[in-house]
Design a protein around this ligand. Structure first.
Ligand SMILES: NC(=O)c1ccc[n+]([C@@H]2O[C@H](COP(=O)([O-])OP(=O)(O)OC[C@H]3O[C@@H](n4cnc5c(N)ncnc54)[C@H](O)[C@@H]3O)[C@@H](O)[C@H]2O)c1
Length: 328
């Protein structure tokens, strides 16, 4: 039977806007301390999740009751925190992109490998819709996923100055479309064979380019077409965070010609597949645990982490090959 483990949360930035509800509903992982270089942010988040804000990060690493650290700092400020976590035997949960580039991510992975559990969370982690689509595809009932296409259009990040810096975070693909690179690989469930990558600038004057597109061919014949643009100045509702118009258009087509969508039917979320006049629907129920509880349970039961850092390394290798294929 899993117990309630205590965690330290390091980095209380905008990412937390999506995480508060999960953190408050956890049964097996509770945040005991928060820390941010900006103490005001740390205090604000601590107040929302009933944790104690600490003045120095060392207080988190020195407390033997803390078993897990959530390192939600940007990718370029993780190495020292990872080193301290591993030295003090704390397991790690962090977010995409794993590092600023492949070299960085490999250094982080080298620190944790075979020493502590390390999960890298993406948008699909703990997402009930994605898990239901995966289950349907794996059942073979409508074939395997042959074509994954996703378009994302939104304003470039304005709430910080690191996300548009290629040295710290890559460009729009590494910052955001990497969510769908990871999701496409998960749903297709095959090895990547070929990568075609394009990076262009149409309208912005950022350190990075504003538009990126990747086509991935998989060993099983499937393909993913992943496109993101920050070229359009779509509305930003709140410049202090990721609160902006976001157009996300997803197309999923199986090897048997079924077209899959995520819908609501009578207020119930469903996955729907259509093929000519045939229609199939599957209800999307809630997952049994939050992604944090699942991490805690897997840790205590000695099971592999679903969002293990080894999977994030594959994304970083693909990004590295893609960027190296560009000719400027
Ligand atoms: N904001 C989102 O919508 C979102 C969504 C998914 C994933 N993410 C990922 O979450 C991570 C953080 O992004 P964000 O949007 O929260 O960034 P942010 O800039 O809003 O926040 C980062 C926070 O880290 C703090 N920080 C920096 N160095 C630190 C250190 N050494 N010790 C303690 N705190 C430190 C900063 O003071 C800041 O509060 C990134 O990897 C990002 O890709 C963000």
């Amino acid at each position: 039977m899993a117990e309630l483990l205590k965690a330290g949360l390091i980095g209380c930035g905008d990412y937390l806007r999506w995480e508060i509800d999960d953190l408050n509903s956890n049964t097996y992982l509770k945040v005991k301390y928060t820390f941010d270089l900006d103490h005001g942010k740390s205090r604000r988040i601590a107040g929302k999740i009933n944790a104690n804000p600490v003045d120095a990060v060392g207080e988190i690493f020195d407390d033997p009751e803390v078993k897990v650290v959530m390192i939600f700092t940007p990718p370029w400020v993780r190495k020292d925190l990872f080193r301290k976590a591993v030295e003090s035997g704390k397991h790690i949960i962090t977010t995409k992109p794993f590092g600023s580039n492949l070299e960085d991510a490999e250094e982080l992975y080298g620190m944790v490998k075979d020493r502590v559990n390390c999960a890298v969370y993406y948008g699909r982690t703990g997402n009930a819709h994605v898990e239901m689509i995966k289950k349907i595809l794996d059942s073979g009932e409508i074939g395997h996923l042959a074509l994954y296409k996703e378009d994302w259009l939104h304003h470039y990040p304005v709430w910080n100055d690191w996300a548009t810096d290629p040295e710290k975070n890559g460009g729009p693909f590494m910052d955001a479309m990497i969510h769908n690179l990871n999701k496409a690989r998960y749903l297709i469930g095959s090895q990547v064979k070929n990568i075609h990558y394009f990076s262009d600038n149409f309208a912005q004057s950022l350190k990075c380019r504003d538009t990126e597109f990747m086509k991935l061919d998989f060993e099983n014949g499937a393909a993913a077409y992943l496109f993101i643009t920050w070229a359009a100045d779509l509305e930003v509702f709140d410049p202090t965070g990721n609160d902006r118009v976001h157009y996300g258009i997803q197309q999923l087509i199986t090897s048997e010609g079924w077209y899959i969508t995520e819908e609501e039917q009578d207020g119930i979320p469903v996955i729907r597949a259509v093929k000519e006049r045939k229609v199939k629907t599957w209800e999307v129920g809630p997952l049994s645990h939050t992604k944090y509880d699942q991490f805690s349970i897997n840790l205590q039961e000695g099971k592999p982490q679903a969002a293990d850092a080894s999977d994030a390394i594959t994304d970083m290798q693909i990004m590295d090959a893609a960027v190296k294929s560009l000719s400027y």
